[in-house]
Every structure is written in structure tokens, then in C-alpha cells.
Design a protein around this ligand. Structure first.
Ligand code: GFB
Length: 315
């Protein structure tokens, strides 16, 4: 189903890293009838408010990029909030999209939906074959519920709702709060501060041995756009590069980009999380998408954007 340039498109989560990249992509493609609300204007956890918004605006297309997100520590500490808030946001938006006859909806999940010890690379069909990683089980359960809502609203009501599962993302509008952020922005901030302050070491959480796959959020937005324009089926798609790197090697890359000359210090009291979660991206490659931004170039670009900013304000 192709979106027309005048169709009304609602991007939920437009201020976040993922939603803001989708808005940039849509604008670059010439879509100008994009609507959004800040969380102060519309609390997506409140069903009545979401219903009133959808009835009044009646969007044609919905990108569901609103979520409570965070790194390993935030997921582990705010377990109830990650489960409750994400379930409410998804349930409210997906149901209102059905009631208000939205043409098509794209729901965004995460690669942490797959079992902790699943074979690598992770194929879409490995979902629900084994136990999840403990640190992010609540978030993963909420995201699995979102996939299942899309699948079953399609089955029962014929709704054209699709899902996509991006790997670990980074890029503009990331979160730099060291307690709640993901590893890549955290390490950019830590190495930058250490360089400026002339520190000898930078602390890296865990053992450094877990492997992660990192995708620039602009590549992810491009994949979301391709799926919205070209895919109308029941299956969901992994979004990633198909390549991963150990946390230690990521740290060494960031150290080099930033120009920090001291040592890495690993803190074994912090959790490693899942040992590896490399996505199999062959399904998405078959639709014609492939990532364009290589990790080192992406890190350089982000570092150039943030290095002169106050990290406290980026948090
Ligand atoms: O990015 P991250 O927080 O999330 O951590 P996950 C990835 C790895 O980097 C873990 C290590 O092994 C961390 O221990 N790490 C090293 C650090 N230093 C740091 C640091 O300073 N900050 C952080 N945050 N990590 C999240 C899930 O898992 O990934 C979410 O909890 C979601 O649900 C997201 O799926 C994409 O990759 O472990």
C-alpha cells in the first residue's frame, strides 16, 4: 500500500531518536501532512485521551515509535514501568487505529524479543522458542505483545498492521543520561569527559565480551519507510546490519574517535546482559533495503554533533 504525499501520517514518539528520524525521512520524501503530539499534549498511556485524539485527527497512517526505552540498567531497575507503560501505549494506539480505520500501522519493537540463548544470527522464527534475557524481560514481553496485537488485529479484523524489530540503534537525539542510556551514547560521553578532564581511565560496565549490533537510526528510518511503502503481510522484519562487535571493541573504537589516550577499566559488578543478539537481516535485504552508514563513520558523525554540547542537557 503506497502512502500519498497528502495522506495524514501520525508519528507517535516524534521527539525520540527513532520517531524523529522517521519524521526526517518522511519530510525528505515530500510528505508534509505529518501530525504529532508531545507527551505533555497527549499522554499515550491514557486510553481515553488516545481515543479522543484518533477520533478528532483520523490519521491515514501510523508509525508507532513511542515507547519507554533505556539501556540495560534502566530496563533492569524500572521493570514495572517498562512493562506497564509500553503495554498501555501499544494497546491504546493499536486499538484506536483499528477503531478509526487507519489504512496501515507500523509497530516498532526491539531485537531483545528473541530468547537469550537462541542460535545466531537471530531469525524472525525464533520468537517464543525459549526463555528471555532477565534484565530486559519486561520490555521484551511488552514488545512481543505489540507484535502479537498487530498479527491478531490483522487476523481477526483484517487491519494492515505490520511490525519491525530494530537492533541497538544510535544517532541524533539519543539519551546521554549515564544511568538510563544505552552503551554507545554512554561511552561517547564517558570518553569525551575523560579526555576533557584528563582522566587516566574510563569505566566500562561488565566484562566487555558481550557482542552487540549497532545501526544508525537514519538507516532504521529508511527501512521503516520501505516496509510502510512496500510490505503488507503478516510477518515481521528484523532491521539491522547483520554485523556485530564486542563491547570492548566498541569501546576501543569510541576511544579512538574521541581521541582519549588512557585505559579501559571493566566493572564486573555491572551486568553483561545477553551475550549476543545478532539479527539475521536476510528477509529485509530481500525487500531491497541494506544499511548504508558504517559504524565508525556513524560514531564520528554523532560525536561531531554532540562534542560541543552540554551532555547534561542531552540527558
Ligand atoms: O546498550 P545497553 O545498555 O543494552 O548495554 P543491551 C549493552 C552492553 O554494553 C551491556 C555494556 O553488556 C552493558 O553492560 N556497557 C558497558 C554499558 N558500558 C556501559 C555503559 O556505560 N552504559 C551502558 N548502558 N552499557 C538493551 C535492552 O540491552 O538494549 C533494551 O535492555 C533494548 O531492552 C536495547 O533491547 C536495544 O543491549 O544490553
Amino acid at each position: 500500500m503506497l502512502m500519498n504525499k497528502t495522506d495524514k501520517i501520525y508519528v507517535a514518539g516524534h521527539r525520540g531518536m527513532v520517531g524523529s528520524a522517521i519524521v526526517r525521512k518522511l519530510k525528505a520524501e515530500g510528505f508534509n501532512n505529518i501530525i504529532y503530539r508531545t507527551s505533555a499534549e497527549l499522554d499515550l498511556r491514557k486510553q481515553e485521551a488516545v481515543n479522543i485524539f484518533f477520533a478528532a485527527e483520523s490519521p491515514d497512517y501510523v508509525f508507532l515509535a513511542a515507547a519507554k526505552v533505556g539501556g540495560i540498567q534502566a530496563n533492569n531497575a524500572y521493570r514495572a514501568d517498562f512493562l506497564y507503560e509500553n503495554l498501555m501505549i501499544e494497546a491504546n494506539i493499536i486499538h484506536a487505529s483499528y477503531v478509526n480505520k487507519v489504512n496501515k500501522l507500523l509497530f516498532l519493537g526491539s531485537s531483545c524479543i528473541y530468547p537469550k540463548m537462541a542460535p545466531q544470527p537471530l531469525k524472525e522464527e525464533y520468537l517464543l522458542t525459549d526463555t528471555l534475557e532477565y534484565t530486559n524481560e519486561p520490555y521484551a514481553i511488552a514488545k512481543i505483545a505489540g507484535i502479537k496485537m498487530c498479527e491478531n488485529y490483522r487476523k481477526q479484523y483484517g487491519c494492515n498492521f505490520i511490525s519491525a524489530m530494530p537492533t541497538n540503534l544510535y544517532g541524533p537525539n539519543d539519551n546521554y543520561d549515564l544511568n538510563t542510556s544505552h552503551v554507545l551514547p554512554a561511552l561517547l560521553r564517558k570518553f569525551h569527559s575523560a579526555k576533557v578532564e584528563g582522566a587516566d581511565t574510563v569505566e566500562i560496565w561488565g566484562s566487555g565480551s558481550p557482542k552487540r549490533e549497532f545501526l544508525h537510526v537514519d538507516d532504521s528510518a529508511e527501512a521503516c519507510y520501505v516496509l510502510m511503502q512496500e510490505y503488507d503481510g503478516e510477518e515481521w522484519f528484523n532491521i539491522g546490519t547483520g554485523e556485530d562487535i564486542s563491547i570492548k571493541d566498541l569501546a576501543l573504537t569510541i576511544k579512538d574517535v574521541v581521541g582519549f589516550e588512557g585505559e579501559l577499566k571493566f566493572d564486573a559488578n555491572k551486568p553483561d546482559g545477553t551475550p549476543r543478539k545478532l539479527l539475521d537481516v536476510s528477509k529485509l535485504h530481500a525487500v531491497g533495503w541494506k544499511h548504508k552508514i558504517e559504524l565508525r563513520n556513524g560514531i564520528k558523525e554523532v560525536y561531531n554533533e554532540v562534542k560541543n554540547m552540554d551532555f547534561e542537557l542531552l540527558g
